[in-house]
Every structure is written in structure tokens, then in C-alpha cells.
Design a protein around this ligand. Structure first.
Ligand code: ZN
Length: 470
């Protein structure tokens, strides 16, 4: 099932560990003020030095990686995804629909997901992310039909094997269509089952130390697919266990209408009502807020994952990134599920974020640097991480290197702007936790062709299952 055997090793740096100088990059976005134009030095799994222009490192150097043809950035951080949806990209019946109709079309298809399909879809999504410069990937897996009770365990295993940092959320759906929710009955679980499994996963997998490779967060799917009781209990457990919480909120006007009708509350008031308006929460989308709500979200320290492609694909609206950031909200970036994107390409998403936000705020008020910040420090902060997201001394060695030798970059001048504006699609090299995981654009040690053959077969199996049920 797994297509590579490249187990990561935890390698805390010591003065004896070999050092690597990523030397004299063509351009670098470090996310800090410090001059890093001479590159950076990595030892073990940490960045130990930024090198100024024309300077030599002060540390002993064992290995040199010439970066004169590369743009270097912190590893990109994806704050919202549904890996399993790689099996239903461009699904005919779901085309050209907005969120609620799109979801009700796909729920019965997704209900056929089994363990093998789930493992393959997780692996494809993660590989696609890594190839696009992503070093930390979050997933919101809320679909746990009978037989898929170990969905998150499977994801932990796949991510570990690939050596990618993963923030996996134990998603949930508990409000079926018989009770006024959106998902069909056979895709939901009981509240007790969800809460028990949440605790099990936190205790089994959640790492708390700096440099954590696997983390668990709790993620009821959305106001229209879980009960208020589950939201409240989830908040209680997240505070008790000190883990993050994630959900979809304010994605569409349909959702707002649902909340007003069912709870008599706008979505943010509902969020507060169930104990979620605090700094343990990051939300996917966060589009339809009024000014007063933006202020409250900022004061509460909530994070938002902006998902521009999905918002365009489903015509959901445009997130108010600049106003949210100005109010103190931590704004990150997510590709969202591969059925509403329909890709998992993080560097491509940076470009989408820049352009969609320009439509709202104008060209002079949104730059490629803003979009890069959302995809790095923004996503890290939104998900409660302080050890990743920038190239600074003491940060984890998560690094993406992009070469600008493709036709799309020919004739460009500012390399950092070109990376985004000319539409980069693929990283050349990616380091995660101090280990090279992508080289020459491919995940090291992975049989990509074999993986894709199996993944395509799984997608067909899932679609055929849905056909038979009709
Ligand atoms: Zn989503």
C-alpha cells in the first residue's frame, strides 16, 4: 500500500551533527527582517544561522547546497484540506454547483470510502502538497462511515512514512438529514463515539514539543452537520487536553441562513455560544463576517484559513483578509479539499490568494509578499505553531527551493515576485525537519507512477460503488 520506505528520524542537533549551508540563493523570503541573502545554515533539524549578503557563515560547514538558481522560502503550510477528496476531482454530477448542492451530491459518493481508498487518497494529497513546496499539511477528515473508524490512524501512518509534518484533525458529523442537518444518516456518528475517539487519538498521537511531526486537533465539520452539544463538548475536551479546534465557518450565505433559522444566531454568535470564540480555534473560509464580528474574532485570537480557489470554484465569496489581519486575526492559507479546488498545489494557491484578494482590495494593497506570509507564518500562527513558518535561527529546518528555469519564468526580473506571478507549480527541493524529502521535483524514494495507478483505480472503484447504490 505505501509507496516508499523512507522513515524520518528525529535528529536533535548537537555540535557534532553535520551542517548544511544553503548558499547564496537567487532570492529568499525568510519572513524575518534579518538579512539572509547569503543563505542559511541547517544543523540537525534546526536552522542555526542566517548568512548576510557576501558574508561567510560563522559555523563550521560540512555540506554546501548551491542555491544561486533557486528562490528559497520557508516550507509552505497548508491550513485546510480534505485529502480523501482527491478521489472525486472533477466529478461530473458535482460540477457547476454551489456548496450545499455540491455537498449533497457528493456525500453519498464519499460514503463508499474504505480504508484502502483513504490511504491512497491521503498519500496522493500529501505527495502533491510536498511537490508544491509544502512541509506541514493539515487535514480535516470528518467522513468516518462504518469500516473507516481508523481513518486518522491511517493518515498518521502515511504522513510518517513520507516524512511530512502533519496536523491531522479528528473531524466529525453528528447531525444527519433526518434531524435537520445536511449529511445522510449513514455518514454520521454518535457524539459519544466521536468524543471517545477524539481522546484516544490525542493520547495516542498528539506531540506537544517544538518540532512536533504529528499533531491532532478536533474538528466538527460545520454548523449544518454537527449538533451544538458536540461543539460544546469538543471545546471542553480541547481546553482540557490543550489541543487546537477547527471547523468550517461563514463559508456561504446558505450557512448563515441555516444558523439563523436553526439557532436564531449568526454564525459568529453561534461560535461564541458553543465556546469556540478563542485562540484555540482556527476556521476554514471565514468569508461572511460583518465589521463588528471581525473585531471580536481578532480580540479572541481566532485563526482563519483562507481558501481562495475553493471560494472561487463554489462561488462562495471573498474572505476579508486585510481587515481580518488588521483586527488581529491570524490569517493562513489552505487549498481546501481536492473536490473543490481540484488540486492540492500550495504554491499555486499562493498566487490565487494574491489575485483574489486584489479583487477585493486593489493591486496596491495586496502583494506577493502578503500571499507568501499567509502561506507560511500566517498558517503556522493560525494552527498554534511557533516553531515553523519562517526562516529564522531556532526554527525547524522546513525549507522549499524553487528553480526558475522553466519557460514560464523566462524574461522575469524580480525572482521572488516571478515565483508567484509567473505561476510556479512545483518545488525543486524540499527539506522537512532537516531531511531532504523532495529532490529534482520528486519525492525521494517514492514510486509515483505505481501510486497513481492505484489511486486512479481507487477513484474508479468509489465512483462505481456510488453508481450501484443509485
Ligand atoms: Zn473544507
Amino acid at each position: 500500500m505505501l509507496h516508499q520506505v523512507n522513515n524520518p528520524t528525529s535528529n536533535t542537533p548537537t555540535s557534532n551533527a553535520p551542517t548544511t549551508w544553503i548558499k547564496n540563493p537567487l532570492a529568499i523570503y525568510s519572513g524575518s527582517e534579518k538579512d539572509a541573502r547569503g543563505g542559511l545554515v541547517v544543523q540537525g533539524n534546526l536552522i542555526i544561522e542566517l548568512v548576510a549578503l557576501n558574508a561567510e557563515p560563522i559555523h563550521r560547514i560540512d555540506n554546501v547546497v548551491e542555491a544561486k538558481n533557486h528562490v528559497v522560502t520557508p516550507g509552505l503550510i497548508n491550513a485546510h484540506h480534505h485529502f480523501y477528496q482527491t478521489l472525486t476531482r472533477a466529478y461530473p454530477e458535482a460540477l457547476d454547483k454551489e456548496l450545499f448542492h455540491w455537498l449533497t451530491t457528493l456525500y453519498p459518493v464519499w460514503a463508499g470510502l474504505d480504508e484502502e481508498m483513504h490511504a491512497l487518497s491521503t498519500e496522493v494529497a500529501l505527495v502533491e502538497m510536498m511537490m508544491s513546496g509544502c512541509t506541514t499539511a493539515s487535514d480535516h477528515h470528518y467522513l468516518i462511515p462504518v469500516g473507516l473508524e481508523h481513518a486518522i490512524d491511517i493518515q498518521v501512518e502515511v504522513a510518517k512514512n513520507l516524512g511530512v509534518r502533519a496536523i491531522l484533525t479528528r473531524g466529525s458529523m453528528s447531525l444527519g438529514e433526518d434531524d435537520g442537518g445536511l449529511p445522510p444518516r449513514h455518514t454520521i456518528q454518535s457524539e459519544q463515539t466521536i468524543l471517545d475517539d477524539s481522546l484516544r487519538l490525542i493520547h495516542q498521537y498528539h506531540q506537544r514539543e517544538a518540532g512536533a511531526m504529528t499533531q491532532i486537533a478536533l474538528a466538527p465539520c460545520s454548523p449544518f452537520s454537527v449538533t451544538s452539544d458536540l461543539m460544546k463538548e469538543t471545546s471542553r475536551i480541547a481546553h482540557q487536553e490543550n489541543v487546537m479546534m477547527h471547523t468550517h465557518l461563514c463559508e456561504t450565505m446558505d450557512e448563515e441562513a441555516f444558523c439563523l433559522k436553526r439557532f436564531g444566531l449568526r454564525p459568529v454568535d453561534y461560535l461564541e455560544n458553543v465556546g469556540w470564540l478563542n485562540d484555540k480555534t482556527w476556521l476554514a473560509h471565514g468569508i461572511h463576517f460583518n465589521d463588528e464580528e471581525i473585531k471580536r474574532l481578532g480580540q479572541a485570537g481566532v485563526g482563519i484559513s483562507h481558501c481562495p480557489t475553493s471560494n472561487m470554484m463554489l462561488a462562495s465569496g471573498i474572505c476579508r483578509n486585510n481587515e481580518l489581519e488588521a483586527a488581529g486575526v491570524k490569517v493562513g492559507l489552505g487549498v481546501d479539499g481536492s473536490a473543490s479546488n481540484d488540486g492540492s498545489n500550495m504554491i499555486a494557491e499562493v498566487r490565487m490568494a494574491m489575485y483574489l484578494q486584489r479583487l477585493r482590495y486593489g493591486s496596491a494593497n495586496v502583494s506577493h509578499l502578503d500571499a507568501l506570509r499567509w502561506a507560511t507564518q500566517g498558517s503556522a500562527a493560525a494552527m498554534g505553531r511557533h516553531d515553523i513558518g519562517s526562516l529564522a535561527v531556532g526554527q525547524q529546518a522546513d525549507i522549499a527551493m524553487f528553480s526558475l528555469d522553466e519557460i514560464r519564468f523566462s524574461g522575469s526580473h524580480d525572482p521572488l515576485a516571478a515565483l508567484i506571478m509567473c505561476g510556479a507549480q512545483q518545488a525543486d527541493r524540499v527539506m522537512i525537519n532537516g531531511e531532504w524529502r523532495v529532490h529534482d521535483g520528486y519525492v525521494i524514494g517514492l514510486d509515483l507512477e505505481a501510486l497513481l495507478i492505484q489511486h486512479r483505480q481507487a477513484a474508479k472503484r468509489l465512483a462505481n460503488k456510488a453508481l450501484k447504490l443509485r
